[in-house]
Design a protein around this ligand. Structure first.
Ligand code: UD1
Length: 357
């Protein structure tokens, strides 16, 4: 079997790691195509080296651009690559412009598409990620759903027959990296944060960064939290803050560059809280049992909220208050699986057909 993975943005490299490992363990031929959507070393190369992912076989080097320009450039470049490799499966990940371009290219060439992390919905049609997910799910032949909630969303859209619940591959990599962590004190020294008395923050979604009022309200709230907050600043955030004349550092808030994955896991596992608009980090915080405050009006990962470990907060005082709340009741729940999702993905690809979940 030949599987061709299309990846391009940071969260996709994390999801790629356990898939690449499982392919290697089974002697499955795995072609990795990097679209170049993320090109900063700290958003890209460092994930390949730290997570032991083989170098991409093909690098499209498309870089930044508006949604149409970026998605179109990937699509145009991919056709030739897919025709050359003619994989048994084109595997696309998550909800970025690279995901949608990979799915569109494959569907036009009549190549089978599997969508990893299928069925997530925010029901917010203003989010670029929501367009990408819905369109990709409807183009794909095999929908690899991480949870029962995701499966139910797909069923409601008439896609049950193409769906298999496999668990969440992000748990595979998270649990492995957590268990391999050794010197967790070093990351706190690097960040200049006190043990257990700080929060880790990330803000990068367009709905927060590209709306001046929301961005200012978020930054001001983070600066007013009652304990130190380290903000791992995505390039999009820095660009928008500069454009809007906003100084990110101040009050409780200190900025640092994004962290490599093992250091991120080390920092979150020792933090008293996480404040974020990232999808992946909400789950990582939950898995490490660090309370999370999510700066969004909705979340795809509703299990974290239902279990009491995640609170949604609008930019402004609600973020400050949520970030200081007492910790929730302990739980043993594992809605995202037990760290063996990549094996279930490869099983489903090898079966080559769906079971209806
Ligand atoms: C993308 C995904 C988002 C995912 C996020 C993870 C889409 C629509 N969005 O958002 O779902 O959660 O990745 O990080 O695909 N930039 C750099 N260096 C880079 C990459 C980007 O400086 O390596 C800057 C550029 O100025 C660019 C901006 O960040 O215009 C946004 O990049 P883009 O790829 O459009 O989206 P992300 O915000 O990274």
């Amino acid at each position: 079997m030949r599987v061709l993975s299309v990846v391009g943005a940071r969260p996709q490299f994390v999801k790629l790691a356990p898939i690449a490992r499982e392919c290697a363990a089974r002697d499955v031929e795995h072609v990795i195509v990097h679209t170049g959507q993320h090109y900063d070393p700290m958003l890209s190369d460092v994930f390949f080296s730290d997570l032991g992912i083989p170098d991409p076989d093909v690098h499209l080097g498309v870089g930044s651009g508006g949604h149409g320009a970026q998605t179109g450039a990937i699509l145009a470049a991919l056709d030739e690559v897919l025709l050359e490799h003619r994989p048994d499966w084109v595997l696309v990940y998550g909800d970025t412009n690279s995901t949608l371009a990979g799915a569109l290219s494959a569907v036009k060439l009549h190549l089978p598409i599997a969508h990893l992390e299928a069925g997530l919905r925010s029901f917010n049609r203003r989010m670029p990620e929501e367009h990408n997910r819905v369109l990709t799910d409807h183009a794909a032949d095999l929908l690899l759903a991480p949870t029962a909630v995701a499966r139910d969303h797909l069923a409601a859209e008439g896609l049950a027959m193409r769906t298999v619940v496999v668990g969440d591959v992000m748990m595979d990599v998270l649990l492995r990296v957590r268990d391999e962590l050794t010197d967790t004190g070093a990351v706190l020294d690097m960040l200049g944060m006190p043990p257990a008395g700080f929060s880790v923050a990330t803000i990068h979604r367009a709905e927060n960064t590209d709306d001046p009022a929301r961005l200012r309200a978020t930054v001001e709230a983070l600066q007013q939290v009652d304990h130190p907050v380290v903000l791992l600043a995505h390039p999009r955030l820095r660009v928008r803050a500069t454009e809007q004349g906003l100084d990110l550092d101040g009050g409780a808030l200190t900025t640092r560059d994004p962290l490599p994955y093992p250091q991120l896991v080390g920092a979150v596992s020792q933090a008293r809280g996480v404040i974020t608009d990232s999808g992946g980090l909400q789950k990582e915080a939950f898995a490490l049992r660090t309370p999370c405050t999510t700066v969004r009006t909705e979340t795809e990962w509703v299990e974290t909220v239902q279990l009491g470990w995640n609170v949604l907060a609008e930019p402004g005082p609600a973020v400050r208050e949520a970030a200081s709340r007492p910790g929730p009741a302990p739980t043993e729940a594992a809605p995202y699986g037990d760290g063996h999702a990549a094996a279930a993905v490869l099983d489903a690809l090898e079966r080559g057909r769906t079971t209806g979940g």
